[in-house]
Design a protein around this ligand. Sequence first.
Ligand code: SF4
Ligand code: SF4
Ligand code: FES
Length: 313
Amino acid sequence: MITFKIKRYNPEKQAEPYFEEFQLDVQDDLTLLDCMNEIKWTLDGSLTYRMSCRSAICGSCAVKANGHAILACQRQVRHLVKDDDTIVLEPLGNMKPIKDLAVDFKPFWEKIDKVKPYLQPKQKAPEKERIQSPEQFKFIDDSSTCIMCGACYSDCDVLEVDDNFLGPAALAKAQRFVQDSRDEKTLERVKELSKPGGIWDCTHCAECVERCPKPARPFDRIKEIMTVALEQGVTNNNGARHALSFAKSVKSSGRLNENIIPVESVGFFNFKGLFDLLPVGLRMFFKGKNPPILHKSIDEVEDVKRIYRELNE
Ligand code: SF4
Ligand code: SF4
Ligand code: FES
């Protein structure tokens, strides 16, 4: 017997959401979606959520189970149930609930639109299709598997504090076209994606990789766009400068030079940016938290340099 604690919300009846409990005698092999259907069909027909394919294909059944976004049709309840025989179900995060477990995907789709999710070739369309080799397709194979379920978007911690961030799904979709051999707008795309709200605002927490039910793995795709942006010379922004300064510091001393990295990240001649750093620097100084002025290398620095050399080769 499992207790499902489900977050209910119906703005037409009650302003605030609340939890309601449903108990179900659950067979071992049932998926979470099977149980949600059972609750809807036998206990409360007003329970609202999205579903369609029941095969982890359409992406519509994503919900939060015990605090993490998952596809309800892809997970058996026996792998979700907590020690006290409960499962807590809530709507996806970072989107406004409409009713019960259904959320408003509008901001999600607007961000997908922003990355221009279509091919932009220079040449006119050939009579037959534009062909790719298997090697060329490998670059976009993983991102092509995205089913737009929103699980990554729901649990991205940057989106919790910054609505402007494009988010993992849109950035994975962007990589799909940045690295498509048939697309001719690579430079324009990475310039756009390097602006505030783009790739460099990701905090590298990798939560989206944990949540993604497919091989799309958004954070891996974000790293690929970062690499293309650096290769294309799109480095005149804080994020790219920070990455380059970080790598340079580790390469030369085996550790981060926290005196130099902030300055190199905002740019030596960005006087306003440098001025903005001043209060943080002074606070650190007066609290005794500032790093040593003289930056020492670690003892094994030659090993670090060797790793860089081998990577470059
Ligand atoms: S790795 Fe980046 S995009 Fe993915 S969840 Fe973390 S902050 Fe969001
Ligand atoms: S990247 Fe993964 S988690 Fe995000 S929308 Fe696509 S399939 Fe879902
Ligand atoms: S119902 Fe289609 S992905 Fe779950």
